[in-house]
Write a protein that binds this ligand. Structure first.
Ligand code: EPZ
Length: 420
């Protein structure tokens, strides 16, 4: 039977909560295992559904994945790598597309359907990946329900991304490591997960410079070795817990094992909201605030305000004094969850698919909720935690795609939440 969360809201929250390894870093590191015959050890792997799917993909492609316990995994090639990415896995997470470049670079071929993932944008295209592979010399065939890519030998290329793309940058940077000659990628994404991935590839023998800036240069190498990779802390999880603490506004919450410097845009907006916080080197303390003030937000590529924090911030604004404009610039379906918040008592007007206006503060009330996607899901859990009464949350698979042991960790800071 399907699992649900039952949440009784308005319990005072306080205490310590630890941040896990970053989902969006882990999902980019697993495919790198296809590019070496040696073993790779990955440390601080979050125990989440999307990582389980990525590990299943590695097994389907002929690798062994050993769980060494305590968030440590060892991956090693066992059989000849398969050239088909299984549809049932590709449909479940978008970053399955990260496996394409390594397959193409090492086997000269990859066959896969359009990747799935959160339904937060009209189609979530992969045109920039396909254009990039074509520039590196791959033949790209778009079939009725899938793509078929072939390349005898990939060649380094100069690629200017027409739009900033996180996974596109990561995919082409990774693939270029085994292409012949030099690649220059321009208008790259700069999210912290990108230099983290480049650091690991460089440890394996790649020659990447500039990751974390908008221009990345890669000198192709003949082969990569194995290595060990420690996944960086999940900045979105840390930011989400900080927003939860501010929204609950009931006690001191200490968020541990995180990188506060990856969340500069959130601290800038918290200053304007009047949220009472203190940053340590690897921790964040949120204290109760006298009053939370409304403040507009515009989502932006890193280092701007992350689209992945927009939904949680929208919930915070339902508790703030005044009117805030939420401008979601990256995706056109990420504000749809506002309808559910309105059913819980929020006063939100949807101006258009990219902008909503929140009038706060309002009381929220528990309801029966069905989770539409990961980040809307965690936002609705935050809403339930501060709402009056009981909320029943279903389709929690979407939340478990990205948050490990959420109910347990929230219980530890005083939440009344049960997974049934
Ligand atoms: C990454 O998605 C993250 N996912 C997303 O996190 C995050 O919301 C997003 O970056 C933006 O920060 C992972 O890292 C696994 P993009 P990604 O390519 O790389 C368009 C979460 O909740 N585009 O930067 O898929 C695209 O449609 C998730 O953890 C094209 O048009 O995002 C979007 O409008 C969800 N063509 C924009 O670019 C392409 O070929 C930015 O997307 C590729 C993307």
């Amino acid at each position: 039977m399907e699992s649900k969360f039952i949440i009784n809201g308005r319990q005072p929250l306080s205490g310590n909560i630890k941040v896990k390894g970053a989902k969006n870093a882990a999902l980019k590191i697993f495919p790198v295992a296809l590019m070496t015959d040696e073993a790779i050890k990955v440390v601080n792997v979050p125990d989440i559904e999307d990582c389980h799917r990525a590990q299943e993909m590695l097994v389907a492609l002929g690798h062994s994945v050993k769980n060494l316990g305590d968030g440590q995994m060892q991956i090693q090639r066992q059989n000849k790598t398969c050239l088909n990415l299984p549809a049932e896995l590709v449909n479940k997470f978008r970053s399955s597309v990260m496996f394409v470049g390594p397959l193409l670079a090492t086997c000269g071929e990859a066959h896969f359907p359009h990747p799935g993932g959160c339904v937060i944008g009209a189609t979530r295209p992969i045109d920039m990946f396909l254009d990039g592979f074509a520039k590196m010399g791959a033949k790209v065939k778009t079939l009725e329900n899938s793509y078929h890519l072939t390349a005898k030998k990939l060649k380094g290329a100069s690629i200017f991304f027409p739009k900033v793309t996180v996974t596109g940058t990561e995919s082409l940077m990774t693939t270029a490591c085994l292409a012949q000659g030099k690649s220059i990628l321009e208008n790259c994404a700069m999210e912290p997960e990108i230099p983290a991935l480049a650091d690991f590839l460089n440890k394996m023998g790649a020659k990447i410079t500039g990751a974390g800036t908008s221009t990345i240069k890669i000198e192709g190498v003949k082969k990569l070795s194995g290595g060990e990779y420690k996944i960086i802390p999940d900045r979105i999880e840390a930011g989400t817990f900080a927003i939860l603490a501010a929204a609950a506004n009931s006690g001191e919450i200490i968020i541990e094992d995180c990188e506060p410097k990856h969340l500069g845009a959130l601290w800038a907006i918290f200053d304007r909201n009047g949220v009472n916080y203190k940053l340590g080197k690897n921790s964040i303390k949120i204290f109760p605030s006298a009053k939370i003030m409304a403040e507009n937000v515009v989502t932006h590529e890193y280092p701007g305000f992350a689209t992945d924090l927009q939904s949680a911030y929208t919930v915070l604004m339902t508790q703030a004094q005044g009117i805030s404009l939420i401008h979601e610039t990256i995706y056109d379906r990420r504000l749809l969850f506002c309808d559910t918040l309105t059913q819980m008592g929020a006063d939100i007007i949807m101006a258009d698919p990219h902008r909503s206006v929140v009038n706060g503060p309002t009381k929220l009330y528990g309801r029966k909720l069905v989770i539409p996607d990961l980040r809307a899901g965690i936002a609705l859990v935050i809403a339930a935690l501060i709402a009056h009464g009981k909320t029943e949350v279903s389709n929690i698979y979407q939340i478990e795609r990205g948050y490990e042991g959420l109910a347990e960790r929230l219980k530890n800071i005083g939440a009344d939440i049960e997974k049934i």
